[in-house]
Design a protein around this ligand. Structure first.
Ligand SMILES: [Zn+2]
Length: 67
């Protein structure tokens, strides 16, 4: 069992939850702002914005790629 140190995804129990960081409007880095499941078939994500937690928002990437 590989231990990455990341919490397991509670939705699919296969992926790890990977912490993502972002930059605030002041340019200060915001660590662990969002968590995303590493399992592409799962897509579970959790975001923290202005103190509120958003779970499973649709993932929108900058390239707006279609699969
Ligand atoms: Zn998952």
């Amino acid at each position: 069992m590989e231990n990455t140190g990341f919490p397991k995804c509670l939705k699919c129990n296969q992926g790890d939850l990977l912490p993502l960081s972002d930059f605030g409007s002041q340019g200060a880095s915001i660590h662990y702002k969002a968590w995303v499941c590493s399992n592409p078939n799962c897509g579970f994500n959790l975001k923290i914005r202005n103190g509120d937690i958003y779970i499973n928002e649709p993932i929108i990437n900058g390239n707006n790629r279609q699969h």
